[in-house]
Design a protein around this ligand. Sequence first.
Ligand SMILES: [Zn+2]
Length: 505
Amino acid sequence: MTSAAQATRVLIRGGLVYDHDGDVHQPARADILIVGDRIERIGANLPPDGAQIVEAAGKLVAPGFVNAHYHSHDVMAKGLFEEMPFDIWTLHSNPANYGPRSQEEVRLRTLIGAAESLRNGITTIQDFLTLVPQDEATLDTVLAAYEEAGIRVVFAVAARDRAALDIAPFMLASLPEAVRKRIAGSDRKASDELDFVARQIKRRGIHPTPRQTWALAPSAPQRCSPELLEGIAALSRQHGLPVFTHVYETRIQAAAARKQGVDPSLLDVLARAGLMNERLNIVHGVWLTQSDIAQIVEAGARVVHNPISNLKLKSGVAPILDLNRAGVEIALGCDNYSCAETQNIFIAMRMLCLLPAVTNPEPGPITAAYALKAATISGARAVGLGDQIGALKPGMVADLMILKLDDPAFVPFNSAARQLVFSESGRAVETVLVGGRIVVRDGKLTTIDEAALRAEADTIAPVFRRDAKALAARNADLTAPLLDANREAWKVPLDIERYIGRRKD
Ligand SMILES: [Zn+2]
């Protein structure tokens, strides 16, 4: 953080300033004075006093979005897959199946994801990264690329010590052992996973840069031993770090937990490890039951909703209305490129608002203004920065976007909240600031040469495509057994439904 004496000053002049607690349809016009990385004042006709002026007349100023769920490991897989249910997609996208990537590719993919995010008004990313190779050089390349882009990142190294696919309990007994082994993968040691994460936090510090902090990311309760989950819980307590973990993303995961019987509740597994608390973020939660939801409320944990990937991987529709009714706070994520193709919170907000209609025809509480809170202040709380970002208020860090109101999405301008959620797609985002620094101006990044990035992508993409093609060829004979297992899993009765109008024959 820069001291006020030498701090840069930016005055955003004359914009309509979106305030969660004000008129969300016709926000009041105001100036925003930023000193260093913080909003100093918001008010009418603030004196420039040597500040750099950003003219915002006829424009809307909104808090930057927090993307509370993202994995940067497969940016290069954008557009490669479709029509793959979850476990088949996992086989095709799991970074462990690709082997180590070059440092050039790691840097490039991190920059491409950060660039699209910033262009779409995302100022904070929670990157839940499977590092391959899991070494310090690769981690440093990723953090350096985020710093180069100028985006805020809450970084987590994905940890798992059980390699088996979630669908493994449903593989047919008749499957040859060799095929079963290929699907199972190789387990890792809990202590190796824990030591690596703990060492990196110590080596790089709790704030590797002013824009970077840490989170912890056990991949999923069923993919981690109790030892690994307990170790993560201890690190979370020690450093006060948020924890993200995939829970009940698919029907198969819920059915597998029931079938195995030992730990019928994945939330109980988390509770026994000491993870069910206010720092926990349940990612996806499509197949949560009412009692699971009550347990989340009791713990003060949150849910990160990823509507794009939930539908693209055919996982079903998350119980948003039930979660909201119970009082669970919901943040938003865009998930990874191989299963969502875009980092765009405008689309995630729109789906958050529209999907409840598949189960309930009554007017409900998931309004556009609610979606904007989910995308900003709820996301900020999820990543542990609730007192820093997510709202435009004096004292908050200046992470924000300025949108052109002459864009067709806002003509005529009837409601900031509704048009941000239902009309805008990212096209009107003109300027973006992260920590008071302008990182997008006139719709272009100031930190990265986007033409050079594209040229580099053209060079490196064929290498990744070649590897993806080779992997798909290796996986070809596994697809049918996995689809068979999928159908087996459907036979396990669950007392909840997350699809509608599904033919049962
Ligand atoms: Zn994920």
